[in-house]
Design a protein around this ligand. Structure first.
Ligand SMILES: Nc1ncnc2c1ncn2[C@@H]1O[C@H](COP(=O)(O)OP(=O)(O)OP(=O)(O)O)[C@@H](O)[C@H]1O
Length: 688
């Protein structure tokens, strides 16, 4: 059976529930209808378990709990306060003129009021009533009482006039000038207040334009109906699952369901029309695919347009910022200004978008996370040639900038070196797997941080990657191999490109990246080239972002939530400079990864002579590396056995098997024999 109830005209339609719908809709003017099947009535159990903790609207608004947002709200309130003070100060001459004009009127009005009080109509009415009734007994009595009252009021007024005249005279003739001024300052505005017409206040209200205050179900329904999507016949087709429309961060969140046959992307791609229908700027209206299914839309509407809110502060811009590529760190914020985190380890990133979409600055946020990890080696190749990463160049073991042969050579050399490093690291990991130190066959935070392991993280950023591929044949294939192998070996690749099509960037590369960030793109094809086939259909579309105006905004795939949208942090130039300075400070002025060069510049024969002990016929390379690091840490800290072996080759000291005791057992390990060292010393002495 169906229960149909009409609600009182004028009742707040927002308060009227529908089944499975936390909000209501008005079908005809002023009549809201609720249709509820008894069979559908939820059980007590369903009612109490309906909303899990995470789904209930928060008791305390989330911005109050979040220190960053709290600070931002207070900063805004403070800014508004000063703005109001300044605007009123500018208007103060006008207020002075108005006060001077209305104050004399105030005097007349007050005097008039006093006189009226003396001739109070109530007294006159008493007299007239007495006369009308021709009450011979009471008439004279009343007339006498009225007369007495009036006499008393005349006395009061006379006394008042005398006191005021005396006070005025005393002030004028006896009081110091400041007292006169003070009285005027207090009295004149009061008189002006009495003198001004009721509808003309002296101090005017400051209006700050139209302010959006509340998102209602009606607004949402009307706007979605206005999109004229086939399948939506009327407002009733849009339903709101619990908990309905509520505040979420600095805005309102409306989660609604579309009728069968429609999916969220149908609404998402019409974001501009949606915002137009709501009479709000486009950067105040943020539709997303809802968390439960594809026909669910999460429409977040900010209290203000995003462009007016400013960027929230970035945790990595703090003077004590310190990161680890193994831990999650923020690189962007969503429309609700919540940070979006990423753990760079075991991740490769592809960033795509049209010119001006914000790719380079977006890629920089990842470089910032890597740069603030003092164990992470940096390599940056930027084929735009404008020096977007010039300030970080000194921290990099490899840096290229330009669109010339020299830059492409460096780019190619980076890929070649990474491929060889994959080999070296693979062999190291294999060894460590045998000893149980790399159980999953990949780098652990402990191994990465261990001095001399040769497994520190390496972060490589290639901006305008398509330029390298177009100019150096064969790099694509090598890059694909690096992407495949390097992930577990601590090699993190970030590739930014304007042209992600299959001709320019082979699908092998796009398929190997685990995180994709699609910034403003022109159409569905480009969108799916970056985010993967079918992304657009699933509602993950970056076509709604405009280059330049929505720079930094993008849709992300491969993070905790697929299709997550957000805007990368964009610190001002001073903050950026401070961040780079912090990186430098954390790295102690040295360049992580540049040990080979320093080792090469050293007389290693002399150093090795010092660490080889009496009675040792040979020493394994790894042991030599450890001893050298103790002997001259500023040079050898972080060197590996492999590095020592490579460095000793230039003295013609080659690898041999040496007997070494490991855990009480003699083993044959790769290392250097004392005899080879002595021969090299003799040769070196003769040459000198
Ligand atoms: N997160 C952001 N917030 C605000 N503005 C941004 C953001 N990122 C970039 N911008 C602005 O957009 C402009 C273009 O950014 P960027 O150079 O990163 O774009 P791009 O996609 O790399 O462009 P191109 O492909 O032409 O090199 C920047 O100069 C900056 O003013």
């Amino acid at each position: 059976m169906t229960d149909v109830r009409a609600y009182e005209p004028g009742a707040d339609p927002d308060d009227v529930p529908r089944p499975g719908d936390a909000e209501s809709y008005v079908e005809e003017p002023q009549v809201t209808v609720r249709v509820e099947s008894r069979a559908e009535k939820p059980t007590v159990h369903a009612t109490v378990t309906r909303l899990s903790d995470g789904e209930r609207p928060p008791l305390i608004p989330s911005w109050v709990k979040n220190a960053q947002e709290r600070k931002a709200v207070f900063a805004q309130a403070w800014g508004l306060f000063w703005y109001t003070v300044a605007r009123q100060a500018l208007k103060s001459p006008k207020y002075l003129i108005k006060t001077a004009f209305y104050a004399p009127w105030g005097v007349f009005r007050l005097v008039g009021r006093q006189v009226r009080w003396m001739w109070h109509p109530e007294l006159t009415e008493l007299e007239q009533a007495a006369a009308r009734k021709t009450d011979l007994d009471r008439g004279p009595l009343i007339a006498r009482q009225v007369g007495e009252k009036r006499k008393a009021r005349v006395w009061v007024l006379t006394g008042e006039a005398l006191v005021l005249t005396a006070a005025g005279g005393a002030l004028w003739f006896l009081a110091p000038a400041w007292a006169l001024w003070l009285t005027a300052v207090v009295l004149v505005p009061v008189l002006a207040r009495f003198g001004r017409p009721a509808d003309k206040p002296i101090i005017e209200h400051i209006t700050l334009g139209r302010r959006f205050t509340r998102l209602t179900a009606e607004m949402v329904r009307d706007a979605v109906v206005a999109l004229r999507l086939t399948g939506i016949k009327g407002p009733g087709d849009i339903t709101f699952p619990p908990p309905g429309i509520h505040t979420d961060g600095p805005g309102w969140l409306a989660r609604f369901e579309l009728p069968p046959g429609l999916i969220a992307s149908d609404v998402l791609e019409k974001r501009d029309r949606l915002s137009g229908a709501m009479r709000l700027p486009i950067d105040q209206v943020w539709p997303e695919v809802g968390p439960d299914h594809l026909a669910q839309v999460d429409l977040w509407v900010g209290f203000q347009p995003a462009s007016k809110m400013g960027d929230p502060p970035w945790a990595l811009a703090r003077p004590d910022a310190l990161t680890s590529v193994f831990d999650p760190h923020p690189f962007a914020t969503d429309a609700r200004r919540r940070p979006i985190n990423i753990s760079l380890f075991e991740i490769n990133i592809l960033m795509g978008g049209q010119p001006g979409a914000g790719k380079s600055y977006g890629a920089r946020t990842f470089a910032t996370i890597a740069g603030l990890d003092p164990t992470c080696e940096l390599m940056i190749a930027e084929f735009k040639g404008v020096g977007d990463f010039l300030d970080m160049s000194e921290l990099c073991t490899q840096y290229a900038c330009g669109v010339d042969d020299e830059a492409f050579d460096i780019g190619e050399a980076i890929i070649d070196w990474l491929l060889a490093e994959c080999e070296r690291r693979g062999a190291r990991i294999k060894k460590l797997r045998l000893t149980g130190e790399a159980p999953e066959g990949k780098i652990t935070p402990e191994l990465a941080a261990r001095k001399g392991s040769g497994l520190h993280p390496i972060f490589v950023l290639i901006d305008e990657f398509h330029e390298l591929l177009l100019n150096r044949k064969g790099v694509a294939e090598k890059a694909e191999r690096v992407l495949r192998r390097g992930r577990a070996l601590g090699i993190i690749l970030v590739l930014a490109t304007q042209i992600p099509d299959a001709k320019t960037i082979p699908s092998g590369i796009t398929k190997c990246v685990s995180v994709r960030v699609c910034m403003s793109v022109a159409d569905q094809v480009a969108n799916d080239q970056i985010l993967g086939t079918g992304a657009y259909k699933r509602g993950h579309s970056a076509t709604m972002y405009r280059p330049k105006f929505d720079a930094g905004w993008g849709v992300m795939q491969g993070l905790e939530r697929d299709g997550q949208t957000g805007k990368t942090y964009f610190p001002d130039p001073q903050t950026q400079a401070a961040i780079v300075e912090r990186m430098r400070q954390l790295r102690g002025g040295s360049v992580v990864g540049q040990r080979e060069e320093r080792v090469k510049a050293r007389n290693m024969l002399a150093d090795v002579r010092q660490v080889i002990r009496q009675g040792e016929a040979g020493v394994p390379w790894d042991v030599l590396a450890e001893r050298l690091a103790v002997l001259v840490p500023e040079v050898y800290e972080g060197v590996t056995g492999d590095m020592v072996r490579e460095a000793m080759k230039r003295y013609d000291v080659f690898t041999e098997s040496v007997k070494w005791k490991v855990d009480g057992e003699w083993r044959s390990l790769k290392g250097m024999r004392r005899v080879s060292l002595e021969q090299a010393e003799t040769k070196h002495a003769l040459e000198d």
